[in-house]
Design a binder for this molecule. Structure first.
Ligand code: 13P
Length: 248
């Protein structure tokens, strides 16, 4: 049985003061304990947010990391720095990192393997552009990302892997993929994981949908067989809507 996982990706929003206010408001809401709630905050907020949520079931996530443990990598943050402050999840390969920061599949694969080695749970993002979908190439794109980004991950490790299907055209646009299209791709992702990493891995891996998820559409999306969660940007930035998402 896969536990549903609703993760808020704050992206580059909420400095320390704003983070404190938002988390305080979230703490006032009763969240469904059968759903894993994760806050993926900017690096500068992580330690503060960890302290605030330490007596709750809310989990902490980062939005990126480098794959080395330490060294001369100016501006980067290592997996041990994250685990050192109690971070449990890390978003890797978000389309914004791939597009604006030129992260390639090989780098993302190294990050996924490093995260797992350091007992961080990767939330690996995959998804196609509008152009790729219009050309009917969305499955080919997602298959390539799954193949390359998860190379070397063992069957057992899939207990700790989350894959987020985020069609780029649905991110921050207000346009959501139809729940049927989202389910079709998530089912396809599960099939690929099964082919490449074994049926056990396919049954264990949790797959999220991301792209304009809001309180109004979360229930329908979460009702789909192969969708185990949501990765949410905009609607996770307010306590009330984050609470509604977790309590779908
Ligand atoms: P929005 O929910 O704002 O569309 O963002 C989705 C996303 O990119 C989450 O990682």
């Amino acid at each position: 049985m896969r536990k549903p996982i609703i993760a808020g990706n704050w992206k580059m929003n909420k400095g320390v003061e704003e983070a404190k206010n938002l988390v305080n408001e979230i703490l006032d809401i009763e969240l469904n304990k059968d759903v894993e709630a994760v806050l993926c905050t900017p690096f500068v907020d992580l330690a503060l947010v960890k302290e605030m949520i330490k007596d709750t079931d809310i989990k902490l996530g980062a939005q990126n990391m480098y794959f080395e443990e330490s060294g001369a990598y100016t501006g980067e943050v290592s997996p041990t720095m994250l685990t050192g402050i109690g971070v449990e999840y890390v978003i890797l390969g978000h389309s914004e990192r791939r597009e604006y920061f030129k992260e390639c599949d090989d780098t993302i694969n190294k990050k996924v393997l490093s995260a797992l080695k350091h007992e961080l749970k990767p939330i690996l993002c995959v998804g196609e552009t509008l152009e790729e979908r219009q050309e009917g190439k969305e499955k080919e794109k997602v298959r390539t990302q799954i193949e390359k980004n998860l190379t070397g991950v063992s069957e057992e490790q899939f207990d700790n892997v989350v894959i987020a299907y985020e069609p780029i055209w649905a991110i921050g646009t207000g346009v959501t993929a139809s729940s049927d299209d989202a389910e079709e791709m998530c089912a396809y992702i599960r099939t690929i994981v099964g082919e490449l990493h074994g049926e056990n891995a396919a049954q264990k891996v949790r797959i999220q949908y991301g792209g304009s998820v809001k309180p109004e559409n979360v229930k329908e999306i979460m009702g789909k067989e192969n969708i185990d969660g949501a990765l949410v940007g905009g609607a996770s930035l307010e306590a009330e809507s984050f609470g509604k998402l977790v309590n779908f």
